[in-house]
Design a protein around this ligand. Structure first.
Ligand code: LLP
Length: 445
C-alpha cells in the first residue's frame, strides 16, 4: 500500500464545517468570503497547495536528479507562481504570457522550460532574452526558427526534443497527447533527422535530451512505465548513433485528481515509485548514466486546493423533467463540463450538513444550453441566495476562463490560517471594454 497523497482528496485539506454551520476553508468562512469579495469567487487553499508540492518532493526524493516543473497552463498567476517558487519548483510554460508571469513573480529563469507546438518568433526571442533554461523543440520548423533567433542573439540555446512516444492512455480524447497521430512533437521516425540537423546545421542549439507528455487526468500507472522505456531506449540509440551523451528526460505531467467520489486517482507516491523503478530498470537495461528527470505536473498540483463559490439564483422544475438551479457563473469561469463532459462535486456552503435529498442540475448563467456545471447532483433543498461550493476547480478553470457574454472574470482569493488575500482582482465593467476601440468615423457625436 502506498502513502496517500493530497491529489487523492475531493476537498481541500482544511475544509470543515465551522461553529456557524458553514463550510470553512483555510480557516475562512466561505459564506463570509462571498460577502467580502463577491460572487462567483475562486478560492485557493495555501495549505493544500503546499501539501501537494511536498508530497511530490517527498515521493521523488529517492532520485537525486529530479526537476519539478509546475505546468503553468493549469493555473498561471503571480501569487500562485510565488508559492511554487518558494516550494522549489520550476515551471513548464507555453506562451509569452506564462513566461512573463513567472518572470515577474521572481522565478529563477534557468528553471523554466518552454513548451508548445507553435511558438512564435516573438515568444522564442523573449524566452532567449529572459534566459529561459530549456526550450522543448516540437517540430522541424521550430528547430530552424529557434536556431536563427539564437544565432542573432549570439547565444547557444539549451533544448530538448519533444517526441510522440505512441502511447494511448485512457483519458478524454482532447487531453490525450502522446498517441501517434498527435499534433505535438516529433514522430519516433523523425528524431534522427532532427538530431542530424542539430549537429550539422543548427549549431546554436545544444541538445540535452528528450521530452514527452502522454496525457492528462491519468489514472493508470503503466503508461509511465511504457513512456520511460521508450525515452531511455531512444536516448541510448541516439547516444550510440551520434556519439552523444544525452542526460535529461522529461516525462511531462498527467497525474489525475478526484473530481467526484467515483474517481480514484493514484497517489503521488505510487506514481513516483512506478516512474523511478521504470527509470532505474531502463537505465540498467540500456546501460546509460542516470539522466536528470524532469516532471511537469499541472492539474494534480493545483486542482484540489481550489474551489469555486457561486450564488444560487433562479430555479425551475421542468414539468415531468429535471429540477434546475442556476448559479451566477458557469462555462466562462469553468469551461470543463461543456468541453470535456467533466464532472464535479459540490455542497451548499451555508448548509453543508443538511440532508442532500434533492436531485438537481446546476445550470450556468451563460447563453448556451450546454452551460450545465453539474448534472443530477444530490443537494439539500436549495434556496435562492444559497452559496454553492464546487470542489476541485483549481486547475484549468481560471486558466481557461473567458469573457463570454461579456461577463467579468471572477476574483481569486488565497486563504490560509484564517486570513484571506485577493490574488486576482475581479474584473470591472471598465475592464470589459478596456481593449475596445471605436474608430473616430464611427463615434456617435
Ligand atoms: N506538460 C505538457 C507538455 C502538457 O501538455 C501538459 C498538459 C502538462 C505537462 C500538464 O499536464 P497535467 O499534469 O495538468 O495533466 N485543459 C485540459 C487539460 C489539458 C492539458 C494539456 N497539457 C483539461 O481541462 O482537462
Amino acid at each position: 500500500m502506498y502513502k496517500n497523497s493530497t491529489n487523492q482528496l475531493l476537498k481541500p485539506v482544511t475544509a470543515k464545517v465551522n461553529d456557524s454551520g458553514n463550510l470553512e476553508i483555510g480557516g475562512c468562512d466561505t459564506v463570509e468570503l462571498v460577502e467580502k469579495y463577491g460572487s462567483p469567487l475562486y478560492v485557493m487553499d495555501e495549505v493544500t497547495l503546499r501539501n501537494v508540492c511536498r508530497d511530490y518532493k517527498d515521493a521523488f526524493s529517492k532520485y537525486p536528479k529530479v526537476n519539478m516543473m509546475f505546468a503553468s497552463k493549469a493555473l498561471s498567476t503571480m501569487a500562485i507562481s510565488s508559492i511554487l517558487i518558494s516550494e522549489g519548483f520550476g515551471f513548464d510554460v507555453v506562451s509569452a504570457g506564462e513566461i512573463y508571469t513567472v518572470y515577474k513573480a521572481g522565478a529563477d529563469m534557468n528553471k523554466v522550460l518552454f513548451n508548445g507546438n507553435n511558438k512564435s518568433f516573438d515568444e522564442l526571442s523573449l524566452a532567449i532574452e529572459l534566459g529561459v533554461g530549456r526550450i522543448s523543440v516540437d517540430n522541424f520548423f521550430e528547430l530552424s526558427l529557434l536556431n536563427e533567433i539564437a544565432k542573432s542573439h549570439n547565444k547557444t540555446v539549451d533544448i530538448l526534443l519533444r517526441i510522440t512516444p505512441g502511447i494511448e492512455c485512457h483519458t478524454h480524447e482532447y487531453i490525450q497527447t502522446g498517441h501517434l497521430d498527435s499534433k505535438f512533437g516529433f514522430d519516433l521516425t523523425q528524431i534522427d533527422e532532427a538530431v542530424e540537423l542539430i549537429l550539422s546545421e543548427y549549431t546554436n542549439l545544444k541538445l540535452h535530451g528528450l521530452h514527452a507528455h502522454i496525457g492528462s487526468q491519468i489514472f493508470e500507472t503503466k503508461v509511465y512505465h511504457d513512456e520511460i522505456e521508450i525515452l531511455v531506449r531512444e536516448i541510448k540509440r541516439l547516444d550510440d548513433k551520434f556519439a552523444l551523451k544525452l542526460d535529461e528526460i522529461n516525462i511531462g505531467g498527467g497525474l489525475g485528481v478526484k473530481y467526484t467520489e467515483k474517481d480514484v486517482p493514484p497517489s503521488a507516491f505510487e506514481i513516483a515509485d512506478v516512474i523511478l523503478e521504470s527509470l532505474n530498470s531502463a537505465i540498467a537495461k540500456y546501460e546509460i548514466e542516470a539522466p536528470a528527470l524532469f516532471i511537469e505536473p499541472g492539474r494534480s498540483i493545483v486542482s484540489t486546493a481550489g474551489v469555486t463559490l457561486y450564488t444560487i439564483g433562479s430555479s425551475k422544475q421542468v414539468p415531468k423533467g429535471k429540477k434546475y438551479i442556476a448559479v451566477d457563473g458557469g462555462m466562462a469561469d469553468n469551461p470543463r463540463p461543456s468541453m470535456y463532459q467533466a464532472e464535479y462535486s459540490a455542497v451548499i456552503a451555508n448548509k453543508p450538513e443538511q440532508n442532500p435529498d434533492t436531485k438537481v442540475t446546476v445550470a450556468g448563467r451563460f447563453c448556451e444550453s450546454g452551460d450545465i456545471l453539474i448534472s443530477d447532483i444530490l443537494l439539500p433543498e436549495p434556496d435562492e441566495g444559497d452559496i454553492l461550493c464546487v470542489f476541485n476547480t483549481g486547475a484549468y478553470n481560471y486558466s481557461m476562463a473567458s469573457n463570454y457574454n461579456r461577463v467579468q472574470k471572477c476574483a481569486m482569493v488565497l486563504v490560509n490560517n484564517s486570513q484571506s488575500d485577493i490574488i486576482i482582482n475581479r474584473e470591472t465593467l471598465d475592464d470589459i471594454i478596456s481593449h475596445d476601440v471605436i474608430p473616430d468615423r464611427l463615434k456617435i457625436k
